[in-house]
Write a protein that binds this ligand. Structure first.
Ligand SMILES: Cc1cc2nc3c(=O)[nH]c(=O)nc-3n(C[C@H](O)[C@H](O)[C@H](O)COP(=O)(O)OP(=O)(O)OC[C@H]3O[C@@H](n4cnc5c(N)ncnc54)[C@H](O)[C@@H]3O)c2cc1C
Length: 492
């Protein structure tokens, strides 16, 4: 049996490990936290469950890429998913005017909806949304098509920025802002984020988004079962602190507890910055290390977690995005009311996410969770109040519905995931210099491969697709894609 050690038990590590387990590998996943899952992990506060980094995601509609992949892995029936409201899956409020748009799912329905509200832009809206879908078609993996033998070439629009794409089609500034509602909350900047990332993300949302019912942790556990059923193991509380390299190959990894693990191949799901800190210094050239350290990170976020009083706040089966152009933080805010089993009319909890730069918490960067001091707690309370003030503009009396509320900051995210500067989505991709953040799944260290959000695109979909690339680097190009498509022959 071939063996593989995976460093980091986030989505990337778990999906890559599960795919390799299906290929006959004995996989050992080493995760530093007490609970596996990375962004899939859920936690409890006062007995109430809250998600950490997985709120909405696409790809699970009939024929969707994630639906096929997780069906192939045998975990689809082990997770409970809820589709968002087809008539209004993403709701967008422009805070400056109070106008709210309830965006329906489905390409044609969305085009009709937007055309009715912006009649002067009717033709442009169709052309723009058609173009988003065309750009998504340039990414074979997104449609689970086999990788071509030749390196694929891409259109100028694919590699250009979001602004360059939008400006070709849309003139109304309000419509431009509305069509870009996903960009800042998913770590992008319209001036620099490559249009293809925006196209893939938008396509996922237009085709329909989903939420986990109760907890996203179920997916992490189900993926761990795939590895364990194949003779592997997934070990929590096992932080890798040293990766030993000899003759350009890893010979062993050592954990904080002093345990040693050896395998034929090694996969890193940790942030490349963490990898460079724990691997032998001679493993990579100084030029490579300097490049990795110079890649800008995506924005972090401030999160507010709310537990409502009983029957106080109506459950919403959509994600709500608030956009504001004024100078007062939070300029953007997204919130969801995560569904629970036998969800009734009222929401149990709400999670609110506002992008935040790491510089806001720099003063406390050398502190640890629970020991950051009073000034930090005061700062956190002030930020929580700003978020709740914003909610009171949407729902007067919002505070009165709250049973308890608490918040997390970019420091929480940094310490929990081991991400540089608490970055939500890893490396920032920049259309002006795509090569800078471009990572290959294979590395100069012969038996080391990379997976996870820094390699290509973040999120459940992006990371899962990259996991296929990583696993195929070990078992052969297209070997897994072919099996997934064979397993799901009836889907387009
Ligand atoms: C606030 C927030 C909200 C988000 N919301 C969404 C959303 O709604 N939808 C969506 O699709 N995506 C969302 N994302 C993004 C998504 O969570 C990530 O893209 C995804 O979880 C990344 O997976 P990964 O495997 O690359 O990394 P991670 O999940 O970060 O996994 C890396 C793992 O490695 C572990 N690790 C680190 N160092 C070591 C070490 N030395 N030894 C062993 N283990 C180690 C970490 O503990 C972690 O578990 C969100 C992210 C954040 C931060």
């Amino acid at each position: 049996m071939k063996t593989c050690v995976v460093i980091g038990g986030g989505i990337g590590g778990l999906v890559t490990g599960a795919l390799l387990a299906k290929e006959g590998y004995k996989v050992t996943v080493l995760e530093k936290n007490a609970i596996i899952g990375g962004g899939l992990q859920t936690f409890k506060r006062n007995g109430v469950r809250f998600p950490t980094g997985m709120h909405i995601f696409g790809g699970f509609q009939e024929g969707g890429n994630l639906r096929k992949i997780f069906a192939y892995l045998g975990v689809l029936d082990k997770v409970t998913l809820q589709p968002m409201d087809a008539n209004a899956s993403d709701v967008v409020t422009m805070m400056s005017t109070g106008e709210t748009y309830s965006l329906p799912q489905g390409k044609e329905r969305l085009i009709t909806y937007l055309s009715e509200r912006f009649p002067a832009e009717k033709e442009h809206i169709r052309a723009y949304i058609d173009r988003l879908f065309e750009l998504s078609e340039e990414e074979d993996l997104f449609y689970l098509r086999e990788a071509p033998a030749e390196h694929p070439s891409h259109s100028d629009d694919f590699l250009g920025s979001v602004d360059e794409l939008r400006d070709q089609y849309i003139t109304d500034p309000k419509l431009k802002a509305l069509l870009g509602y996903l960009i800042p909350l998913f770590g992008g900047d319209p001036q620099t984020t490559p249009a293809y990332i925006h196209a893939l993300l938008s396509t996922l949302h237009i085709n329909g988004t989903f939420q986990f019912v109760d907890e996203s942790q179920q997916l992490a556990e189900a993926l761990a079962d795939v590895m364990e059923d194949a003779g592997g193991q997934v070990i929590a509380n096992e932080e890798v602190v040293k990766i030993k390299v000899e003759n350009h190959a890893i010979t062993k990894v050592v954990t904080k507890k002093g345990n040693v693990y050896q395998a034929d191949s090694y996969i890193s799901d940790v942030h490349p910055d963490v990898l460079l800190r724990i691997i032998d210094p001679q493993a990579f050239t100084t030029a490579f290390k300097t490049r990795i350290q110079s890649v800008p990170e995506t924005m972090s976020s401030f999160k507010v977690f709310v537990k409502f009083k009983e029957q106080a706040f109506l459950y919403q089966n959509h994600s709500h995005f608030c956009l504001s152009e004024d100078d007062v933080w939070p300029q953007q805010l997204m919130f969801v009311t995560p569904p629970v089993a036998r969800q009734g009319d009222f929401a149990e909890t709400m999670v609110l996410i506002a992008p935040m730069d790491f510089s806001e918490v720099k003063a406390w960067e050398d502190t640890r969770t629970g020991h950051r001091g009073e000034a930090y707690e005061r700062w956190k309370q002030a930020k929580t109040d700003l978020v709740l003030d914003r909610m009171e503009r949407l729902y007067p009396d919002f505070r009165n519905h709250i049973d308890f509320v608490f918040a997390s900051s970019p420091l929480t995210i940094r310490d929990y995931y081991g991400n540089k500067e608490g970055s939500n989505y890893g490396f920032q991709k920049d259309s002006r210099n795509l090569m800078l953040s471009q990572m290959s799944v294979a590395t100069k260290v012969k038996n080391l491969y990379l997976t996870g959000q820094n390699v290509n695109i973040h999120g459940l979909c992006g990371v899962t697709l990259t996991a296929i690339e990583t696993a195929e680097a070990l078992v052969g190009q297209n070997a897994i894609i072919r099996k997934i498509n064979k397993f799901c022959p009836n889907h387009p």
